[in-house]
Design a protein around this ligand. Structure first.
Ligand code: SF4
Ligand code: SF4
Length: 303
């Protein structure tokens, strides 16, 4: 079995405890307007990236591409990604390191384990491990199970970042190999959740409760997007959920950042992904959000 793996990122410190290696899965059933990894929404293997600011205009890519993917229109470098076969010829020739290919080949469990095992000593020293992220790892739950089982077998701790928007049986099947579930809660009103992400949140809430009641460690992660979900009802509901999830670590508010917007151009996603550009909130605003959640009885892990 091969996993549709987009990238493996070493030395992550924001994806669970300690130093971690994050394995990014490609494909997601949600389409969050503020996604910070929009290049991993589409489940087709492989994405071609172009960073215009690095291009030195050497022209090698135009000359070498057998498919004619590179052209100029109105003085702008255009890439026809539909025609790209990921042969890599232009990437090798690029003088400015402006071109790259991500995740076009798929990886076996053994290949992923070989890569993540390089950081073993860091996990042991810091209490870290691997984090399965994406995209949505549970879209490839069979691969998640095999990979998590292999990591467990050699004593590597596994966390998963998931939207939990799937049948509970899939989560139940992998949960014995997962030490920590990092589950997103994006909007509390089901209709708003559907508007912002493409799907309702009812199944997510049910799965959160079932994971909690089975004794699994859960951290609720709540991206807060100014103008979309920075409202009292949402903060009150987040607090309520932390009370219902009595075995969970609590909830963490994640203030909006605009990292995903730059990726729209880099990966040529303008016509494939819906996205918004919001204003990142000030530190004081985030502190006020956290204070509100706490005032409603929420167990918040934010400082
Ligand atoms: S990877 Fe190959 S097919 Fe794709 S743009 Fe480059 S040269 Fe063309
Ligand atoms: S090969 Fe690289 S540096 Fe040269 S024109 Fe193409 S993108 Fe720009």
């Amino acid at each position: 079995m091969k996993g549709n793996i987009f990238e493996i990122q070493h030395f992550s410190v924001n994806d669970g405890p300690g130093i971690r290696t994050t394995v990014f899965f490609k494909g997601c059933q949600l389409h969050c307007l503020w996604c910070h990894n929009p290049e991993s929404i589409d489940d087709k293997p492989g994405e071609f990236a172009f960073v215009a600011s690095k291009c030195v205009g050497c022209g090698s890519c135009f000359r070498i591409c057998p498919e004619g993917c590179h052209s100029i229109a109105d003085g702008k470098h255009i890439i026809d990604r539909e025609k790209c076969t990921f042969c890599g010829k232009c990437v090798k020739m690029c003088s400015g390191s402006a071109l790259s290919i991500y995740g076009d080949k798929g990886m076996t469990v053994e290949e992923v384990m070989s890569e993540v095992s390089k950081d073993r000593s860091y996990y042991d020293e810091s209490g870290g491990g691997i984090t399965l992220s994406g995209g949505e790892p549970m879209m490839q739950s069979g691969f998640v199970r095999e990979l998590a089982e292999a990591a467990c077998a050699v004593g590597i701790s596994v966390a998963i970042e998931t939207n939990a928007c799937c049948k509970y049986s899939y989560l139940d099947d992998v949960k014995n190999y997962i030490d920590l579930f990092l589950v997103d809660w994006k909007a509390s009103d089901p209709a708003k959740h559907k508007e912002y992400t493409g799907m309702s949140n009812e199944i997510i809430y049910e799965n959160l409760c079932r994971l909690n009641d089975s004794g699994k460690k859960v951290l609720l992660r709540c991206p807060i997007i100014p103008g979309y979900n920075d409202n009292e009802d949402h903060f009150r509901k987040i607090a309520e959920i932390t009370k219902r999830l009595d075995k969970s670590i609590g909830a963490e508010l994640l203030p909006y950042h605009s990292m995903g917007v730059g990726k729209i151009e880099k990966f040529g996603l303008e016509d494939r992904v819906r996205y918004i550009v919001a204003k990142p909130p000030a530190k004081e605003t985030v502190e006020e959000w956290v204070r509100k959640c706490r005032s409603y009885g929420g167990r918040m892990v934010n400082e």
